[in-house]
Write a new protein. Sequence first.
Length: 292
Amino acid sequence: MIRLAIVCIFTAVIHSIDALYYSSRISAVRVRKLGIALTLFNMLLLFSRFANTIQAPLTGSLVDRAMLGYAHQVPASVLATLSGQFRWIILAATVGSVIGALLVPTFVRIFTRVLTIFEREASVFKLFKRLFRGRSYRVLLESVRAPQFKRPEEHVKSNIPKGFLIANVIVVAIYTTGVLSTIYSGALIPDHRLTADNLSGIVNVIATFLLIILVDPIIALITDQAIAGERTEHDVQVMVWYLVAGKIIGTILAQFVFLPAAGFIASMAQVIAQPATITNLSAFTRFFPNWF
């Protein structure tokens, strides 16, 4: 349980930071410096990447421990317990996204001040020196803001394309469950576990393709238009609201995608390892959940 709890905590941290990534665009519009905003936020992403380097092997160890003593086939009872653990991890992603959403007003205020300081100091080292002064903690407390819940009609008034928001939900769902489904699929097909594990790259490529083609360009366009004065800051705030809400919905959707995705990855691993099985439909679908 301790191992699972640690994985859930790191997962929540990762998704909290990912949710805050969207809100960095609001700060960029306020200081009119998108490049600086994205560069400085990448420093915060280092914490997310560090958390991921710890979380990933711990997640894999959950499968390793569950498979002890089962060389060729894992009992259904063990798989059920293991899938339950993975669902807790996905739930932690949802909780982390909600925490990130609640922190958006506070983060925007703090990050805007950080951007202003960096623009004045023009040095990352001087920036950190300023941030770790005693007075900075008082400024931090003064920057705390309560979450703002606006009426849905206030968001509808903004001219924000809806298509990329739907794509964002799909991308988040794939990213949330992609690696988890791949790791879990190793327990479904122990004989070809390494093949299944290496399919995670294909899953991530699909999500990255959708992100680069359908989501990121629109986010950049709306942000640049706001900086140029062609849109209002309100439009960017609405965009961030939708993106963060979409992230929460995407992590919830991942709960439904998790097992079918794991079954598909296991089936693909078997086809790659044993190409002759591609003509056997029952062999191809036997890894999918019964309700699918």
